[in-house]
Write a protein that binds this ligand. Structure first.
Ligand SMILES: NC(=O)c1ccc[n+]([C@@H]2O[C@H](COP(=O)([O-])OP(=O)(O)OC[C@H]3O[C@@H](n4cnc5c(N)ncnc54)[C@H](OP(=O)(O)O)[C@@H]3O)[C@@H](O)[C@H]2O)c1
Length: 249
């Protein structure tokens, strides 16, 4: 019950899905927690679920000024960080010909550039080593039609985790990735596709999956807990795939 006792943790995108499930699990394990998101209603609901001890911060993961202000708030509140979980991301669908510059910049700006600078600006808070976890996706290795920019943003993150694995371990900071397959979260309803199409996509994925089902956010959160904790003390620059066997097909 005490795998993160007294540890200070920041989860970006902690107001929904995998991030929220991780926030709940990390609290159960004794963490002192801060989470981010953008949607005020989502943040309010998360605050209700996580309790008033959790620092709930509205911060756009794709905005460098927001990221700077976020780190200042975390520094003022906790003084330092032990665990950073870079989880915020968007996934909007479009065939190659229809991807606009704005959509491209939005996906890369939040998923990759935002992640990069969140880590950069958080580093001064890691005074005594610690753990950084990055949520990638199995699309970083599998072809994923209509999600080419999203998949590329996650492949960039996978590469970043390998480079920073070597760059940061000398300071006692481990960085690793979690690569989820299909997980039952609201992200599918945010693809920007008609509801009946999303339903069809979900049915097709569940049928195709070797496990014949979607994963649950808690099943990913448990892996995040492992990477955050000292149980993963010798894991550096790795990516753990949590996909019910999907990427083996
Ligand atoms: N679910 C899956 O099948 C799956 C598969 C592979 C990888 N993943 C990855 O898993 C991670 C979590 O996704 P999820 O499935 O749990 O989705 P989700 O339920 O949509 O949660 C996404 C979270 O990220 C936040 N977020 C998005 N853009 C943000 C921004 N610009 N600034 C701050 N927060 C932002 C959202 O808050 P707001 O809504 O308030 O912005 C929300 O808290 C993502 O990195 C995703 O790419 C998910």
């Amino acid at each position: 019950m005490d795998k993160l006792k007294g540890k200070t943790v920041l989860i970006t995108g902690g107001s929904s899905g995998i991030g929220l499930a991780s926030a709940k699990l990390f609290l159960e394990q004794g963490a002192r927690l801060a989470i981010t998101g953008r949607d005020p209603d989502g943040l309010m609901r998360a605050r209700d679920e996580l309790g008033s001890d959790t620092l709930v911060i509205r911060s756009d993961a794709g905005n460098l000024a927001d990221i700077g202000a976020l780190m200042q708030q975390v520094a003022n509140h906790f003084g330092h960080l032990d665990v950073l979980f870079i989880n915020a991301a968007i996934a909007t669908a479009a065939p190659m010909e229809l991807v606009s510059e704005a959509q491209f910049d939005d996906i890369m700006g939040i998923n990759f550039k935002g992640a990069f600078f969140t880590i950069q600006k958080a580093l001064p808070l890691f005074s005594a080593g610690g753990s950084i976890i990055v949520t990638t996706s199995i699309t970083n290795q599998l072809g994923s039609p209509d999600f080419s920019v999203y998949g590329a943003s996650k492949a960039a993150l996978r590469s970043l985790v390998q480079s920073l694995g070597l760059e940061l371990i000398g300071r006692g900071i481990r960085i690793n990735a979690i690569s989820p397959g299909p997980i039952a979260t609201p992200i599918f309803d945010r693809f920007g596709l008609p509801a009946d199409m999303v339903k069809g996509i979900k049915t097709g994925i569940a049928q195709k999956s070797p496990s014949k089902r979607f994963g649950q956010p808690l099943e990913v959160a448990k892996v995040a807990l492992f990477l955050a904790s000292d149980d993963a003390a010798y894991l550096v620059g790795e990516e753990i795939v949590v996909d019910g066997g999907m990427s083996l097909l």
